[in-house]
Design a protein. Sequence first.
Length: 148
Amino acid sequence: MSNKIIIINGPNLNLLGEREQSQYGSHSFEDLKDICTKKSEELGLNLEFTQSNIEGELVNLIQDSRKDFDGIIINAAAFTHTSVAIRDALSIFKKPIIEIHISNIYKREEFRHNSLISDVATGGIFGLGIDGYILAIISMQKLLKNED
Ligand code: DQA
């Protein structure tokens, strides 16, 4: 069964709980990791939870995921709006991709309204706080189950 998934978090998400609580809530990055790990275990998924502030490291993670993982859940954070390199890496990954944002990027500054990765993702979730990660894990499990 395809059950190996990776959650890739981009810049500044390591400071969850500390940064702009009105946008991102009060849970810390460690809380988020625990919540995602628990949900994945419950659904029989093997989760790797990652974060980097560095664009090239994110590209490497996405490239390496081709052989190691069956699906990617990605919050590329600020790189969502700027990174052709992350978009290109994702488009080489021929398995399910879910884009996630904690905040509603369409209700915020105009520069956040454009995502370079939405059209290479299978689907996306935004504006639902960290619950969006739980929903993404549930959806990923269904996508992988339908593939088997
Ligand atoms: C974010 C939204 C981005 O615009 C922002 O740069 C982030 C987080 C979100 O999860 O809402 O760092 O991806």
